[in-house]
Design a protein around this ligand. Structure first.
Ligand code: SF4
Length: 90
């Protein structure tokens, strides 16, 4: 099974409004949420991410797979468009 949104039959959430991501964001998503999806990519809906806010109100996305697998960066370069570790959050 592919975890690449381009081959998994999914629509890239940043392709236009309204964004579509398996049950996470639908047609009623607002523009701020859509912008965050375009900025971050797959990590937004991945079970392996942990959101790390800083004191200035920014949010960083930490990849928890980086703890056990050095091929995954602790803080992935965004947006993440394809990732072998992606697992959709249910
Ligand atoms: S496994 Fe991939 S998509 Fe998931 S949090 Fe890590 S880098 Fe992001």
């Amino acid at each position: 099974m592919s975890n690449d949104y381009r081959t998994a039959g999914k629509t890239w959430p940043g392709a236009g409004l309204p964004p579509i991501v398996d049950g996470h964001v639908g047609e009623t998503a607002d523009r701020a949420e859509a912008a965050e999806i375009r900025r971050v990519g797959l990590c937004v809906t991945c079970v392996n991410r942990r959101e790390v806010p800083n004191s200035r109100g920014s949010v960083f996305y930490l990849c928890q797979l980086s703890k056990s697998d050095p091929t995954f960066p602790r803080y992935p370069r965004l947006p993440v468009l394809s990732c072998p570790g992606y697992r959709h959050q249910r």
